[in-house]
Structure formats: structure tokens, C-alpha cells
Design a protein around this ligand. Structure first.
Ligand code: GAP
Length: 649
């Protein structure tokens, strides 16, 4: 999905993040640890604000979603049931020269000519053979060359070929004169020295073949061939858009192997392999396994959701793009439980299906899964708009049938236009009843809900209507490769009012969202100072709702106690309600610039007018400066909080 490359911009953002305390490399003083990041003072505030916006939009402001806060380590059987133990893996390939590990499906496609090295011989061995037979190195090499090696390499075959070659070069009698033992030992040495798997190097257009030889030499040297003399096939292969070569040196990569991304740990002081546990790779599974407890302990009724924010861990093959793909990250996930379409049909007679332009503003009781899925896409889009991520920076990727997990009915990725390409911010999947059914099966505990309205609707059916309903469901399931027996069992429970709810899952990454808003906020502005010098200043244009600090308060001068006292009093009042900063160091211009880089949307300056030096009209007023256009206005101190609160919350 990568589209654009603006690495310099990303480098500037990474550097600003460190300089201003948004994001630091984890364990930096020990050289860092790949895939782990810490949030500094401003970053921690930013992340907290993002968490709050999600929490409020997805739970607090809704009546149909409740929260959960589950543990990171859970019963390992959960990950077997969910499929993570068996299938949560990425394909991994290693460079055969540098051993660098790649995620096979993320290797940048390469084109060029593949040079095939059949083998390599230690140069000493060549000289040795040459001197034994009184020949030049070239002759020996040509014997060992492609014609010989491309054949089946049995000692008998090679021995025979050598004799033939010696005869060609020195004549029959000379060939007969070379003692058998000499030829055999030479051949044995030769075979053991160079029977090494063939190796390919991709030569990019315009590069000399010698550059590929350097890579091949390194390959053979790493396998114990000293000063290798390379034997290269005459056949060259044209390669187009291949992921089988290391983009950095052209070396062939190993065949991709699946690599499970879950971090393993062990429970207890006397732990053995039987006590293995995993750090959760997603927060979602805790929601499924606590589903029954939530239903039993609250008054929720399907359709309803359970939301959770928390850490997840994935041993990513190649963490990359700053925090975008990390090994420890935070997810904000909602599992929204809905009735199966068959239940909706029984109760309402039909199921409202999705069509372009359908009204998604208010959920309806006759909605099927498709409407719910579209509804959540619309809800999440509105959420992003509310924190400044409008349609100009978002995109959508509707997964095709081939991309979908086997249990998923639909999945859309909400993408953000990052400087390194348009990439996934959030996935919204319609997961059917896969998860709850799996946990029901593996735990042996029922995870169905009972729906009185459904049972009442079923009771009203005549025998013929029941039979027709079951036949219809069987037909439909059959079309979706599900067995008629399973359909009959499902109908039997449904007609008694029981079903396993289906799920719509909007799953967002908090760190990706933080990175998105950081890259979106980053703006460079040309400023001219008092002496006419031009300089570039950075302004972080965060939406005020998510800005780490909402307001900064300054006394015009720090050596005027009356100004300082008034400014501190304002700060003390504001900081109880909104994240505020106090700054009295340097010129006002410098202080504005500092706050612009931190992304603070408002600055308040207490000056001599605030003290009443120009009369009562301006007394107890301050300058309120707006970050994005630099405009300033005079505001009464008593009005400040009332002005700012609605803008930042
Ligand atoms: N429960 C579904 C699930 O976990 P996912 O697409 O694997 O789905 C959801 O992850 C979101 O979590 C992604 O859209 C992304 O924002 C975030 N995420 C996943 N892996 C991540 C990683 N290695 N680093 C940062 N964020 C990640």
C-alpha cells in the first residue's frame, strides 16, 4: 500500500519528537531496543488525550458500550482457541549473506538480472590441482566449470570427467600416466571443498557483475571456502518484481518460513514447558472470554459492546517506520455484539441490508450485520474527524474475499496518509460468531445469550413455517460452505431463543494514532525576526482537544512581581481544569515559539495593561494568542476558562 516516500520529513519528525519530549527510543542509554518506544512528557499527555477521546466517544457518551480492563497474561488455552498459537505468524526470510531478517511479504520488490553461482573453489585447491597436472589455473577452472557442475555431481561422474579433460589437455598416454590415487585425492579434496548449494545475486540495472561477485564471495567465505574462486553459470535470469532478494545487497533470501509473533513467558517459580504463557497479542480475546461475566453483571442486552484499551505485544519480524510497527503497543478495541441475521429475520420479518446512501445515523433493531459494520465505519470516521483527521488524510481499504480471514465476513482498514505511505490506522472487521463459538467449544462453557423477544417470535410460527425457516437457513449456510447439520443445530437453539452473538470489531492502534496526529500536526513556518533574518520555525498544529498542553501562561517580565503573581494566579486556576503550562523564561517571542513546537493552541500573557496601568478598561484582561494564525485578542481573566474549556474538550 506504500505510495509516497518522504523520508526526510519523517526524520525531522523523529528528531523533533526526541528534542521536545514526545517520543524517545526505549533504553536509549544502553543502545536502544528495536521495536520499543517511550513517550516523554509531551507524548504521554498526547497519548492520554487520545485515549480519553476514544474512551469518551466509544463508551462514556454511549449507552450501549461498557468497558473492561483485563490482564495482559491470560490462560494459554485462550490463544489456542483463538487460533493465535497455530496461525498468528508472519512469513520470515533471512539474507544468506548478512543474516538480516526480513518480513518476506514486506521486502521491496526488486527487478534486474539474477546471476547464478554454481559453486566456489578455494583458490589454493585450484593452484594445487593445476600444479599436479602441469596445467594453468584456467584449464582447471574450466573443467570444474558449468558443464561439469550443472550435471549430477557424483564422485564417479566427476572422476570420469576429470580423466577425459586431462586426456583432452595432455593426451591419452599422459592421462593414463597420472596415478589413480593422485586423481582421486585431488577430486575428493575438490568435492569436499565446493559442494555447496548454489547461490543467486540480483544485479540491478547499471551495476557491474563484479559487484555481485563480491556478495557471492562473502556467501562462500561464510561457508568456509577460503579465497573462493567463483564458478558462475552462463545462464542469466531476468527477474521482475521479486521479493526473493535482499534490497540492500542483492543477495538471495532464504525461503519464507512462518514465525509466530507471540511473546512466550513462563508462569511461576518452578515453571516448566507446561507452564508456558503468552503476552497478549491483542486485547480483544479478553473481551470474548469475559463476555458472560459482563452480561451477567450488568444490564446490557444484545446489541451492545465491550471496549478495552491496553497494551499488546507482537514479536514483529521487522519493526519499522518509527512507532508504526512496534513490538509493544497499545490497542483501543471494541467488540460490538449483534444478533445473527437469522434472529433479526425471525423477530422483524426481514433484515435491513446495506445499500448506498442508507441512513446510518441511528441504529435500528432490524439491522443485519452489514448495516452494523457500515455504521461502525461511519462512527469511526466521525471520531477521527473530531480530532482533526478529516477525509483529506484518511482512506479506506475494503478487503477482498482473498484477503479476509476465513471466519471474517468483511473487513475494512481505515488508512492514514503517513509521510512514508498510506497505511492502516484501524481495522473494522465483521467477525461473525467465530470468537465466542471457539471459546465456547474450547472452554466447554456456554456463551449463548437468551432473547425473550426471539423466543416469543419463534413460538408463533406454525410447523410449516418452522420447517421452511430451517430449510432456508440450511440453503443459505450451504451457499457459504457451512454444513446443513450445523445449520439445523443452530436453528434448533435459535427457535428456543438462544444464539451466540456475532461481532463487529473496530480495532485501533493508539501508537499509530499518536504517530498520525504528530505527522499531521508538523508544520514548518517561515518567520522573520526583528533584525530581518528569516528562519524556519516548527508549529505542531494539533487539534486543541488532543494537544498535550492546552494553554501556556506568561508574565510579560519575570522580574516584575505583580505580573508574576497575576500570571501564577491565572495558571493555578486554569491548571485545575485543563493541562496548562507556565513559562517566564526568555522573550515573549521565544516563549511563543517554544509553545508552538509543543503544539499548545493558546498562550495567555499578563502585561502592564492587565495590572490597570492604562486604566480600568484593560485591568484584569490578558492577551490571548492563537497558535495557528498568531492572532491576539484581549480577554477578561474571569472569562478565560469559559472561553477555553469548550475549545479544548
Ligand atoms: N483484534 C484485531 C486486531 O488486533 P490488527 O489489525 O492486528 O487487529 C489492530 O490490529 C490495530 O492495532 C491495527 O490497525 C494497528 O493500529 C494496531 N497495531 C497492530 N499491530 C501493531 C504494531 N506492531 N505496532 C503498532 N500498532 C499495531
Amino acid at each position: 500500500m506504500s505510495q509516497t516516500k518522504e523520508i526526510p520529513l519523517m526524520e525531522k519528525i523523529v528528531s523533533l519528537c526526541k528534542r521536545k519530549g514526545f517520543i524517545f527510543q526505549s533504553s536509549e542509554i544502553y543502545g536502544g531496543i528495536n521495536g520499543f518506544w517511550d513517550y516523554g512528557p509531551l507524548g504521554a499527555e498526547l497519548k492520554r488525550n487520545l485515549r480519553t477521546t476514544w474512551w469518551n466517544a466509544m463508551m462514556r457518551e454511549r449507552e450501549d458500550v461498557v468497558p473492561l480492563d483485563a490482564t495482559i497474561i491470560m490462560h494459554p488455552a485462550i490463544w489456542k482457541a483463538s487460533g493465535h498459537v497455530d496461525t498468528f505468524s508472519d512469513p520470515m526470510a533471512d539474507c544468506l549473506v548478512t543474516k538480516k531478517r526480513f518480513r518476506a511479504d514486506h521486502v521491496e520488490p526488486q527487478s534486474g538480472i539474477a546471476l547464478k553461482y554454481l559453486s566456489a573453489v578455494p583458490s589454493g585447491a585450484v593452484v594445487d590441482l593445476a600444479s599436479q597436472f602441469g596445467l594453468g589455473d584456467g584449464a582447471i577452472l574450466s573443467w570444474m566449470g558449468p558443464s561439469l557442475i550443472e550435471q549430477n555431481l557424483t564422485p564417479e561422474y566427476v572422476c570420469e570427467s576429470f580423466r577425459r579433460k586431462i586426456a583432452e589437455q595432455l593426451g591419452e598416454s599422459a592421462a593414463m600416466g597420472v596415478p589413480e590415487a593422485v586423481i582421486e585425492s585431488a577430486i575428493q579434496r575438490w568435492l569436499s571443498a565446493h559442494v555447496i548449494a548454489e547461490f543467486k545475486v540480483l544485479l540491478r540495472p547499471g551495476k557491474p557483475k563484479e559487484s555481485a561477485d563480491v556478495v557471492a564471495k562473502a556467501f562462500y567465505e561464510a561457508r568456509g571456502v577460503k579465497n573462493p574462486v567463483l564458478i558462475r553459470s552462463q545462464t542469466e535470469e531476468r527477474i521482475e518484481n521479486s521479493r526473493s532478494f535482499n534490497p540492500e545487497n542483492g543477495a538471495q533470501l532464504t525461503e519464507p518460513k512462518p514465525f509466530n509473533l507471540m511473546y512466550k513467558t513462563y508462569n511461576g517459580a518452578t515453571a516448566t514447558e507446561a507452564d508456558v504463557a503468552y503476552l497478549r497479542p491483542e486485547t480483544a480475546q479478553a473481551i470474548f472470554v469475559q463476555f458472560k461475566n459482563v452480561v451477567d453483571s450488568t444490564r446490557v442486552k444484545v446489541p451492545f459492546g465491550i471496549g478495552q484499551i491496553g497494551k499488546a505485544f507482537r514479536n514483529e519480524v521487522t519493526p519499522r517506520n518509527f512507532t508504526f510497527r512496534s513490538r509493544e503497543f497499545e490497542q483501543m478495541e471494541l467488540e460490538f455484539f449483534i444478533p445473527p441475521d437469522e434472529a433479526v429475520r425471525l423477530v422483524h420479518g426481514s433484515v435491513a441490508a446495506w445499500s448506498e446512501g442508507a441512513d446510518l445515523s441511528m441504529p435500528q433493531t432490524n439491522w443485519g450485520w452489514e448495516m452494523w459494520h457500515r455504521y461502525w465505519v461511519a462512527q469511526r470516521t466521525a471520531y477521527y474527524a473530531g480530532i482533526g483527521l478529516g477525509p483529506d488524510v484518511l482512506d479506506y481499504f475494503w478487503q477482498g474475499k482473498a484477503d479476509l480471514a476465513h471466519y471474517a465476513r468483511a473487513c475494512v482498514d481505515i488508512l492514514f496518509k503517513f509521510p512514508f505511505g498510506t497505511e492502516e490506522l484501524e481495522g473494522i472487521a465483521a467477525r461473525g460468531d467465530f470468537d465466542l463459538t471457539q471459546h465456547q467449544k474450547h472452554s466447554g462453557k456456554p456463551l449463548e445469550v437468551f432473547d425473550e423477544e426471539l423466543r416469543a417470535a419463534a413460538v408463533k410460527l406454525t410447523d410449516e413455517q418452522r420447517a421452511a425457516f430451517i430449510a432456508e437457513v440450511q440453503e443459505d449456510w450451504n451457499d457459504h460452505n457451512k454444513s446443513r447439520e450445523d445449520a439445523a443445530l443452530f436453528c434448533e437453539r435459535l427457535l428456543k431463543g438462544f444464539y451466540v452473538p456475532h461481532v463487529i470489531e473496530p480495532s485501533a492502534g493508539l501508537d499509530r494514532l499518536a504517530l498520525a496526529v504528530l505527522t499531521l500536526a508538523y508544520t514548518e513556518v517561515e518567520k522573520t525576526d526583528a533584525k530581518g533574518n528569516k528562519e524556519t520555525q516548527i508549529v505542531m498544529r494539533f487539534h486543541p482537544r488532543i494537544a498535550p498542553k492546552k494553554v501556556a501562561v506568561f508574565p510579560l517580565l519575570k522580574n516584575k512581581p505583580e505580573l508574576v503573581a497575576k500570571a501564577r494566579a491565572i495558571y493555578d486556576t486554569l491548571k485545575k481544569h485543563i493541562a496548562a503550562d507556565y513559562d517566564e523564561g526568555g522573550s515573549i517571542g521565544k516563549r511563543y515559539a517554544r509553545q508552538d513546537e509543543a503544539g499548545t493552541p493558546f498562550c495567555v500573557t499578563v502585561d502592564f495593561d492587565s495590572l490597570g496601568e492604562k486604566g480600568d478598561e484593560l485591568k484584569d484582561t490578558v492577551t490571548l494568542r492563537h497558535r495557528d494564525d498568531g492572532s491576539q485578542e484581549r480577554v477578561k481573566i474571569s472569562d478565560l476558562l469559559g472561553r477555553l474549556l469548550p475549545l479544548v474538550s
